[in-house]
Design a protein around this ligand. Structure first.
Ligand code: KIV
Length: 250
């Protein structure tokens, strides 16, 4: 079922990352609503220390591998670092994902990204805006931390969410946002929020595939190993999807 329909029916949305055909095929069978070809592939596939070295070429290659086998879930791809510094550059690069058959692109940023999102949406490219903790800015910001703890930071995230939804983003992804702030944003918007480390009030959840299988070198505390209590990878993926939909995770 489409993300929009799930949102309208107030059903929780389960999303996972994938980078290759074998895992993506299993995810597609597991009642996961959306697959993200994330630039987290920099860490989990390429062994890099962050996502900054991931190129358009990498993202297109992995998106194409996943596109070939995903038939039920919606497919979203991350636009990598420095691939959307102007609306014109974003349009040119997002077009490359669209030509592969990707359903939506994801961009990290704050409200200054609004003109870029508007430009993509005006050109029929659906966009997810990723706010809160933005891994592409980690070298500048320092370490992972929860966003929205101070009133100033809370206001900034609320403003970002509102501006990017108004600019036409179809989904707002909230990474490591204080749970009450994520709940407030979810209540305020009329597009779905997908959370990662942002509490249970979001309309949906996303996790990194290798984290839920327990094979990432560094697993964030909010994630959960779903393989531990399953007898196969497919069963673990189904357990994740059911846990999100039945509100047992997070
Ligand atoms: O790249 C990625 O995997 C992501 C998720 C953490 C949401 O952006």
């Amino acid at each position: 079922m489409s993300i929009n329909k799930l949102y309208r029916q107030q059903e929780k949305i389960a999303c996972l990352t994938a980078y290759d055909a074998s895992f993506a095929r299993l995810i597609d069978q597991a009642n996961v609503d959306m697959v993200l070809v994330g630039d987290s592939l920099g860490s989990v596939i390429q062994g890099k220390k962050d996502t900054l070295g991931v190129s358009m070429r990498d993202m297109l290659y992995h998106s194409e591998c996943v596109r070939r086998v995903v038939n039920h879930s919606e497919l979203m791809s991350d636009m990598p670092f420095l691939s959307y510094t102007t609306p014109k550059q974003a349009l040119k690069n997002a077009g490359k994902f669209m030509r592969l058959g990707v359903d939506m692109v994801k961009l990290e940023g704050d409200k200054t990204l609004a003109p870029t999102i508007r430009c993509l949406v005006d050109n029929y490219i659906p966009v997810c805006a990723h706010i809160g903790l933005k891994p592409q800015q980690l070298r500048q910001l320092g370490d992972y931390y929860v966003h929205g703890k101070t009133s100033q930071c809370k206001q900034r995230i609320l403003d970002d969410a509102k501006a990017l939804a108004e600019a036409g983003a179809s989904i707002i992804l909230l990474e490591c946002v204080e749970h009450e702030v994520a709940a407030e944003i979810t209540e305020m918007l009329n597009v779905p929020t997908i959370g990662i480390g942002s509490g249970s009030a979001c309309d949906g959840q996303i996790l990194v595939l290798y984290d839920i299988l327990g094979i990432s070198p560094k697993i964030p505390p909010f994630s959960k190993n779903f393989l531990r209590e399953s007898t196969s990878i497919l069963e673990a993926l189904q357990a994740y999807s059911s846990a999100v939909k039945e509100q047992q995770y997070p």
